[in-house]
Design a protein around this ligand. Structure first.
Ligand code: ZN
Length: 104
């Protein structure tokens, strides 16, 4: 008898806990269609990797922004309605952040 999707369970390769199949992200490379580690472990790995490689990601972003063709793209985007809206939201976020930082 084939277990229904909601009944299937799987053991996480990282934390070793047995969890419902929906606790694992879908992935076509796996025979059962789900990743080997649970969503919680996956999230922790992503978080750890982001912190570990923060400087590398920043440098790569800076390098992208410095290329002339990308500077032109950014300039063109800034003149669109969406670009102005996104810029305005970013400015407000920055001001809010600055206010929190100064504690006033
Ligand atoms: Zn896990």
């Amino acid at each position: 008898m084939k277990l229904s999707e909601s009944m299937r369970r799987k053991t996480c390769k990282q934390c070793g806990a047995e969890k419902a199949i929906r606790a694992f992200y879908r992935h076509s490379h796996y025979a059962d269609g789900r990743e080997g580690i649970c969503k919680i472990c996956k999230g922790q790995n992503v978080e750890a990797n982001r912190e570990l490689k923060a400087e590398q990601y920043r440098a790569s972003k800076r390098a992208w922004s410095a290329r002339p063709e990308n500077r032109a793209k950014r300039k063109a985007y800034a003149t669109t309605a969406r670009g102005r809206e996104v810029h305005r939201a970013a400015c407000l976020r920055y001001l809010r952040f600055k206010r929190l930082e100064s504690g006033t």
